[in-house]
Design a binder for this molecule. Structure first.
Ligand SMILES: Nc1nc2c(ncn2[C@@H]2O[C@H](COP(=O)(O)OP(=O)(O)O)[C@@H](O)[C@H]2O)c(=O)[nH]1
Ligand SMILES: [Mg+2]
Ligand SMILES: [Zn+2]
Length: 300
């Protein structure tokens, strides 16, 4: 038995710098600090902690089922741990970066986390273009859902509720796509939840400056995790050789490559480039593959 077995267990529901909010099984929230210098826990972690005055000290982080993170040139940034699924939110407007979308999906695939794409603002005329840009994703077997979180609320919550029920879902997406709208629609007391935590973490603002776990119901079985937007989404944790295997539309054709270690860039008899030429792989997906591969090779 672990030496931490006697300590209280808790769920990390928010984190900012070296301050964390840990929730007890009874639903009480306590500000905690990690023991020692390293602050290596993230939202979604199960931790063992002990009281120290009216705050707490995190003594141990339980082994994770999974961890979604990005690795930029200079730093590694964890999004959340122990996830049941990732929901990548994009919208008709602002126009989304397909590279960011692809990167989020690759990171999820690498971490073994099922992912879905949620396209918001279906009420806007630009939806047609966005839908077009997502065709390749639906074609490779990714669930792409369309909603109008503000314009058609009831329809959106009826669609989403069963997909989220009983799960821990991380919502990722650029700002302005509707993350707050989504949380407020599905977690009726979201404002109270965020207020309580902002105060505790002293971040003092209601914009998303930290990652936060929201419960969608009082029984606390469905969790939705909101996280701040990001500029960069580096994938330097991934081995260049494995990259195409994490992109289902490319990997489908990699078996036809002459060389087992084909980079699909310039080798002869490449199944991926043959598929690209006959239109079975979209040009933007192939371009994104090359762009990420370039970053991985440069590192080596
Ligand atoms: N037209 C339209 N606008 C929406 C919809 N959902 C959200 N918005 C608007 O998009 C803007 C950004 O939403 P917000 O939830 O703050 O996005 P966040 O930055 O991702 O948290 C706000 O002005 C929302 O009112 C929708 O279904 N249709
Ligand atoms: Mg927001
Ligand atoms: Zn190839």
């Amino acid at each position: 038995m672990s030496k931490f077995a006697g300590l209280d267990v808790g769920l990390v529901v928010a984190g900012h710098g070296r301050h964390y909010v840990v929730e007890t099984p009874e639903g009480e929230r306590i500000i905690c600090h990690p023991r020692g210098k390293k602050s290596d826990c993230v939202v979604g972690d199960r931790v063992r902690w002990q009281a120290s005055g009216d705050e707490g000290v995190i003594e141990h982080v339980e082994p994770r089922r999974n961890l979604l993170f990005r690795q930029d040139e200079w730093k590694t940034k964890s999004f959340a741990a122990n996830l049941d699924q990732l929901l990548v939110l994009v919208a008709a407007e602002p126009v989304f970066s397909e590279s960011q979308l692809a990167r989020a999906l690759i990171a999820a695939e690498d971490a073994g986390i099922p992912a879905r794409v949620l396209l918001n603002k279906a009420d806007l005329p630009a939806i047609g273009m966005a839908r077009e840009r997502l065709k390749a994703y639906a074609a490779m077997g990714i669930d792409v859902l369309e909603v109008a979180l503000k314009a058609r609320k009831d329809e959106a919550s009826a669609l989403l509720a069963p997909l989220l029920q009983g799960r821990a879902t991380l919502v990722l997406g650029p700002s302005g796509t509707g993350k707050s709208t989504l949380i407020n629609l599905l977690a009726p007391d979201a404002r109270a939840q965020v207020g309580e935590v902002s105060q505790a973490l002293n971040s003092g603002r209601h914009t998303t400056t930290h990652t936060q776990w929201y419960w969608l119901n009082e029984s606390r079985e469905t969790g939705l995790i909101d996280s701040p937007g990001f500029q960069e989404f580096g994938l330097r944790q991934i081995d260049a050789q494995r990259l195409s295997s994490l992109m289902p539309d490319l990997s489908e054709h990699a078996g036809a490559c002459k060389f087992y270690n084909c980079s699909h860039q310039h080798e002869p008899a490449c199944g991926v480039r043959a598929a690209l030429e006959r239109g079975a792989i979209s040009e933007s997906r192939y371009r994104i593959y090359g762009e990420i591969l370039g970053e991985l090779v440069k590192r080596a």
